[in-house]
Design a protein around this ligand. Structure first.
Ligand code: ZN
Ligand code: ZN
Length: 734
């Protein structure tokens, strides 16, 4: 081996939107392994590149080949498996390999920063006076909450864990340090055995699902756990996670979001002690890097995180769990476009390990894969409490005078539940005070200057805001067109609903949870604490409150103002409405009382509303699926969307026509439907005009073949800042 000449060239991937890799000369025998980062001379400057392969020769002429700069890593930052996975993603999603590879790294390592040893600051409890402790408990409940968590943690808590408990942890910790209640130190975390955790008994259904999944866990297999809200899916995940940890394997546990509440984090901690780490977008790049690094080194067994945590790496990965697998946040819609669920399934297949998907409202794609026996299917149809999830009842609001968006019948039900000491959840997926501001004299409407969208009135801010681009302007005193001083607003947002309910139910706390209040005030934890106390109250929120929470005091939930979904141009609107309806209704009645669920609509007779009121999610999903089959839409077809945006619509369409030119022959040969180019649904967004070109086929092989033939030519079409184009494989919308 040693007399074989060392390789003198290597190919590198660079994170730029160009479909190619680059050869450089390397120092024979001295260079790093595949998966290491290098500083590379590129154009006028330098870029960070990732070494893919070494070669004996290169097609770049000798006088043009550049020498690679220094290697930045002592050991590869991407494993061979991750490079293989990235190659699959680049190939399947038609994305440039360099961008995909760097997407697989934590943001902290995408530049040239060196890998830092995992030295994490930890806070531990000191023994303190009962009097001091008492005083903290009485005077500073938020400090006390952290103190208790630290005391319980044995090994102490780090910044990531503290932040999961309270976003404002920094100030609280400083206060506790000043009171000499805690101390900090550098710790390399060690595994703690948490054999004293309380493990609840499984119901017969849970037991059956668990043991069947377990019996198939020694190989690649996809399992869909279809469990009604509150049926205890998490406990089944936990058992399988525990089994994997016992086998000294590691687990990736994906959820749609974590930042909002620490409820799940609390549960995981109670069960698995400090054997887990968290990663989500509310953390800093450095914190996410540390989470990634701890998992990579095997300091923790579980990575609990959102979409991109899927790219956590370790040689002993033994299980992937994807909770709320239907959630659209698993689809990345900017930068590298991929679907985390589908990539996770591919990853499990490459590693020959099981993957578990769970949801109360599974995606039509996953249900279809179960019907075709590609996935194993398990059902949890009961809540352990014995109370069934409430049936959704319709409340007719047609032609009624509404009070802040609520009909008299709805207000009467709210009144009743509060009187019975229940908590009431109202779901309204629209922020602000009112979505329409207009002049009655001339018909002028407040529209965004940069998007094809209306401006929403935010009364507290006294401003009109665009929810797409963030554009803001003061509320004008009179109509900009005709000078009429009497400008009116229509429709209802969470801000108005909150005001109305506060007036109507002055004796009860009204808690509003949406991005506006969370951005402007740091009292989310307090709101959730009020909810946890179980006292009667009203909870208002956007989709933030629809998923994942478990508050046993909620006895009634209501959905307001979703009628626009009935007339949406998106073919997925009905699927989304049904999922939302069942998720929101499922927040109700999880405790020891039967809950109620309402949906207020002006279209009670609409077939979809009738289905929601009278059928199970499975039944509705089946009928939507039949409809899709008739129309030849997903999941019976695959969609590949080319999108372009530019400063004028003509430029965007022109770019798409150039792409269509490349596709024409192969699309015809493989009988793939090609629609467009046409303007996108919301044509102008953030000042740019958007167009789309859609490929649709019921035969994925034909679609892939057509793309394989055309892509080499398409890849040469430049995407610039002036006219940008991207491709979106398995696009969610048409
Ligand atoms: Zn006017
Ligand atoms: Zn805008």
């Amino acid at each position: 081996m040693s007399d074989k000449p060392a390789k003198r060239f290597a190919s590198f991937a660079i994170a730029i939107p160009i479909y190619r890799i680059f050869d450089y000369a390397i120092e024979p025998g001295k260079s790093g392994a595949a998966g290491s980062r290098y500083r590379l001379p590129f154009g006028q400057g330098y870029k960070t590149g990732l070494l893919l392969e070494k070669h004996d020769s290169t097609s770049v002429p000798g006088n043009r080949i550049k020498a690679a700069g220094e290697c930045l890593d002592d050991e590869p930052v991407l494993s061979e498996h991750m490079i293989r996975l990235a190659r699959w993603i680049a190939n399947y999603y038609l994305q440039p390999l360099g961008e995909v590879l760097f997407q697989c790294l934590p943001g902290y390592l995408r530049g040239s920063k060196a890998v830092k040893p995992d030295r994490v600051k930890y806070w531990q409890a000191k023994s303190i006076d009962a009097g001091v402790r008492d005083k903290i408990e009485r005077r500073s409940p938020r400090q006390f909450e952290l103190l208790v968590a630290i005391e319980r943690s044995e090994a102490g808590l780090n910044a990531v864990q503290l932040k999961a408990i309270n976003q404002g942890w920094h100030g609280l910790i400083r206060a506790l340090e000043e009171k000499d209640a805690i101390k900090w130190g550098w710790l390399t975390p060690t595994r703690i055995d948490h054999s004293d955790a309380i493990i609840p008994d499984l119901s017969a259904e849970q037991e059956q699902s668990y043991s069947q999944i377990k019996s198939r866990s020694d190989r690649f297999s996809v399992h869909l756990l279809d469990g009604i809200t509150g049926s205890g899916k998490t406990e089944v995940y936990f058992r399988l996670i525990q089994d994997a940890l016992s086998r000294k394997q590691q687990v990736i546990y994906l959820v749609p979001e974590i930042g909002l509440t620490s409820q799940l984090v609390d549960r995981v901690r109670k069960r698995f002690g400090e054997q887990f780490t968290i990663s989500h977008s509310a953390l800093t790049e450095r914190q996410r890097y540390h989470a990634w690094d701890r998992f990579r080194r095997g300091d923790v067994g579980i990575m609990l995180g959102t979409r991109s945590s899927l790219f956590s790496q370790n040689d002993r990965l033994g299980l992937i769990v994807i909770d709320e697998e239907h959630d659209h946040s698993y689809k990345q819609e900017d930068g590298i476009r991929y679907h985390a669920r589908d990539v996770a399934i591919k990853r499990a297949q490459m590693l020959d390990i099981p993957i578990l998907l769970g949801s109360a409202t599974p995606s039509l794609e996953s249900l279809n894969n179960c019907a075709r026996e590609h996935y194993f299917y398990y059902q949890l149809s009961q809540r352990p409490t014995g109370f069934a999830p409430p049936r959704i009842q319709l409340i007719d609001s047609k032609n009624l005078q509404l009070d802040s968006g609520c009909s008299p019948a709805l207000l009467q039900r709210i009144d009743y539940h509060l009187g019975q000491k229940g908590q009431v959840l109202l779901y309204l997926n629209r922020r602000g005070f009112a979505p329409v501001v207009m002049c009655h004299e001339c018909g002028w409407q407040a529209n965004c200057a940069h998007c094809d969208s209306r401006l929403t009135l935010h009364q507290f801010l006294n401003r009109l805001l665009c929810h797409h681009c963030g554009y803001a302007q003061a509320l004008p005193g009179c109509c900009g067109e005709c000078g009429n001083p009497d400008i009116k607003h229509y429709g209802i947002g969470t801000e108005q609903l909150e005001q109305g309910l506060k007036k109507r139910f002055p004796d009860y706390p009204v808690l509003r949870i949406d991005r506006d209040v969370i951005a402007s005030r740091d009292d989310l934890d307090q709101r959730l604490a009020t909810l946890r106390l179980g006292e009667p109250c009203l909870l208002i929120g956007t989709q933030m409150i629809a998923k994942g929470h478990d508050y046993p005091g909620i006895t009634m939930s209501a959905i307001l103002d979703t009628d626009q979904a009935l007339f949406s141009a998106s073919y997925r609107a009905s699927e989304r409405l049904v999922q939302t309806a069942f998720q929101v209704s499922g927040r109700s009645g999880r405790g020891d009382r039967q809950g109620e669920a309402y949906l207020q609509t002006s279209f009670c007779d609409h077939p979809l509303m009738q289905s929601i009121a009278n059928q199970s999610y499975r039944e509705i999903a089946e009928s939507i699926t039949r409809e899709r089959k008739m129309l030849g839409f997903p999941p019976y077809a695959r969609v590949v969307m080319f999108r372009a945006d530019a400063l004028s619509l003509d430029q965007a369409i022109e770019k798409l026509n150039a792409i269509k030119q490349c596709l024409q022959a192969s699309v015809a040969r493989h009988r793939v439907k090609c629609i467009g180019p046409i303007p996108a649904l919301m044509t102008r967004r953030i000042g740019r005009y958007r167009g789309q070109l859609c490929l649709l086929s019921q035969d994925i092989r034909e679609l892939r073949n057509a793309l394989r033939e055309a892509m080499p030519e398409i890849e040469l079409i430049k995407s610039t800042a002036v006219v940008k184009w991207v491709v979106d494989v398995d696009a969610l919308d048409l």
